[in-house]
Design a protein around this ligand. Sequence first.
Ligand code: SAM
Length: 192
Amino acid sequence: MREFLYYSTKARTSGNFDLQNLMKAGRMDIVCNVIIAAFFLSHKLREDVHLHLIFTGPPCPPRHLEFISNKKMPISKKDVAGLIKRMLYKYKEGRKTEVFPGCFIDKKNFSQLAQELQEQGKRILILDRNGEDIRKLKDEELKNVVFVIGSEKGLPHKEIKKFKKKVSIGKETYFASQTVTIINNELDRRLS
Ligand SMILES: C[S@@+](CC[C@H](N)C(=O)[O-])C[C@H]1O[C@@H](n2cnc3c(N)ncnc32)[C@H](O)[C@@H]1O
């Protein structure tokens, strides 16, 4: 499994947003693009992706949405926002809920999730334009890691300062979704 974490400071944490105006829902349009970049190939879905989303927008932050490749996941490129909306509505206080096969929601902030992932033996790699060139990392260093990507506001310094390993995919600043596409491609070429 390749694992990503996308941190959205503004994405809404309730399902009552307008599907016709995703920009107004705390840039839910970007969230949808990240999901598409993580899971979709031409004509098929990737079978080895684990994606975490942390939302800290209003009205009830934080929310942790988790997607793990599953043939029964009801995901369609035309209605990714609808899937997020349904997941947010199905949140239940105090427990993790599998809303659809491979689609989970619970209440967890970035620090709690990062700690949990580290306890599972995974290394956190922060995607940062000024980090170490991903091409300088050995293949082994790209295994058992979680790639952490920020939103249009970047990643909150306070939350990520304890993670020293910063990795760059080049000198340009890419959209979050483009960053996911580039990493997917890098892993396809190097680890498949
Ligand atoms: C649109 S960018 C964020 C721009 C934001 N103003 C900033 O300076 O972080 C979204 C995210 O994509 C990732 N990203 C963009 N370009 C990158 C690059 N060249 N190398 C590594 N990560 C990159 C970073 O995680 C960033 O937080």
